[in-house]
Structure formats: structure tokens, C-alpha cells
Design a protein around this ligand. Sequence first.
Ligand code: CA
Length: 400
Amino acid sequence: MRTAIFGGHKVAIALALCAGLALPAPALAASFSACVDTLTRQVVAEGVSRRVAERALGAARYDEEVMRKARAQPEFKTPIWDYMGFLVDEQRIADGQTMMRRYDRVLREAERRFGVNRYVIAAIWGVESNYGQDAGDDFLPHALANLVCGGVRAKFFRGELVAALELVDRGDLELEELYGSWAGAFGQTQFIPSTYRRLAVDGDGDGKRDLVKSAADALASTANYLDKAGWRKGESWLIEVKAPDSYKGPTGRGRKASLSTWAKRGIVRADGAHLAGGAQAGLLLPSGPKGPGFLVFRNFDAIYSYNQAESYALAISHLADRLAGYPGLRTAWPTDDPPLSRAQRFQLQRLLLAKGYDVGEADGKIGPQSRAAIEAAEKRFGMPPTGRPGGKIYRALGGR
Ligand code: CA
């Protein structure tokens, strides 16, 4: 998550990388080394201790893999039902309920301190790092040095590098804890370093803000983030609704109206309850009027600010509801090819491998190689080639 910070910059990134990659390899290595020397001096000039800067960057090497990730084109256009199916599957709900019991005291304390609903805090934790299990394995100083020296938003990432190393200087973290995503987000709730510096808080009272090892710190920091993003205590974030199939009225987070107004426009609650009152909400119809609809409140906007994508905020909001014991969506997505859970994606890859398709290693992550294999299998079965990990190809291959 949090790679949305690149929105709109992809063309610039691609151009910068083409320029960098035109150099022959030894020249690249030499220029990278010179760049890291300069970068080390710069971060020291900006206030990082020389000892930490040299330890962090001393072993930095040009890393083709970071550049490959930075160069990746905007994501394959994922249908909303696949996105939601992947992020809000039964396993993430069950794991979340287990973790919420284990961290009950910590979550209630974060809720009390910042007024933010604990189910929403837990949902962000679950989506960002699978409840602290998967926070990324790139060493931040090296990844950030590659982005700076590769010319990828150099000023921005240099600032992130300085912020990360300052956390080490301040004693919040050990240098060896700075592992996360190649683009700088790290810890159990995937803050980028400048956000960490600004909004991380100490949740367990040991005087340090350690969002890597301390779930209490991470969960309190997420609550603080949402509070600063305008969370309103005690208010809802979303309700599922249904629009008339022919609905052509206003939609969008920004076009809020009272619940009574929505009722007059023909919107009904999916659970059959009465829709009324003055609370302000916007209508989202991510798959058109025939699919599930959502009335989203100010607190949904606070969740949105965490990753600046409506699909993300919908997944968090729905997962929070599921963790709180509410049922799944009442209206089906308008597709006859249902999404797969993470376990089914993993199984799909194993089925493809068993049939001789090359998906690399079965890891549950559907990348370009898996998509190509799915497409080849779809052709073999006489299905339209989509490359999408859906229920139809899964069943055709024998999945259950
Ligand atoms: Ca702490």
C-alpha cells in the first residue's frame, strides 16, 4: 500500500529511468557510488548524524530491482470486486478477529485516546501489513538511495531518507529496523518516514515510537493519523445502499447530501432499515447502479486520506464492518465471474503449475507472469482471454 504517492508522476519516472539505464554498467556503478557519497554529505548537512548516515549508506549498491519496481506501469486495471475480494477475504476477517481479541486492551486505549473506532484501526492494520505480519523487506536507506540516485523524485525521496535516519538518531528505531516497501512506507501501518516523524505516537509508554515492533505504537499512531485527518468520534463511515438500476443522479464523495435527500432520490438501505435524517453523505456506485452502493460519511474521507483511493477506503470500511460482526455485502457485484480469496489465488497458481503453465513460484501474488499463464489457460479452454484471476478459470482448472 501507500504507493499511491506516485499518482501522476509515472511519466516523469519512466523518462528519468530511461536516461539512467542508457549508461553502460561500470559507468552506472561509478556514478551511483559518487551519487551516494554526495547523498551521504547532504543528509549529514540536513542534520543526520555522520555515524548513522555512514552506517546506513556505506553498503548501498545500485539495485536493478528497486528501479524495476519504480518503473512498473500503473497497475493492471483491477475490477473493484477483485480488489475487495482480495483485501476482505474470510481469512483476513478471521485473523482480524483473533488479533482484535489479542490486542483488545491496546485497541480500546487507542480508541479512547483519539476517539477513532477500533474496528477501523484494526482494518487498516490488517490491510497495510496483514496485522503486522508483512511490512515489507526492502532496506529503506538502500531503496531510497536508489530512488534518489536513479532520479526518481530525488528531492522527495531524499527528504524521506533524512526523516528515516532522524528516527534512528532520536532513538525511536534501530537502523536495522528500517525495512519496508521499496517506496519508503514501513512499519505495521506503513507510514512513510515523513508521516512517521509527524504523526507517530508512543502507544505503550516506553518513550519510543516504534511502529515496527510495537503494535501498541502502530495502532495508536493510526488512530492519531485518522484523528488529524478529521475523524468525528461516534459517527459512521459508510452504509451499504442500493440505487435504482436506472439511477442517473449525483454520485461522488464530494457531493454530499442529507440521508433524507438520498431517500427522496430513490436510494434505499441494503439492510432494509429506514433511511432518514440530516447526516451528510456522498453516494458511491463503484460498479454502477446495478451493483452495491455506498453512502459515505466524513469519516470515510478520513480513511480515504490514508491512501487516496476510493477502492482502498471502501475495502477498509467494509473490513471494519466485517470485523465488527456485520454481514457481507447484500447486493452482489455485477459479474458472473466472482473474485478469488487469497487462498484461492494461491491454489489457482498451483493448479496452473500442475498443468504445466509457468507462473514462477506459487506465492498467491498475481503478477505479470501469472496473468500471462491465466490468459494462456483461458485460451486453451476457449474462454475470452482476460488474464484475470477469477472464479471461472479457477473452476475450469479444477479449483473448488
Ligand atoms: Ca513505544
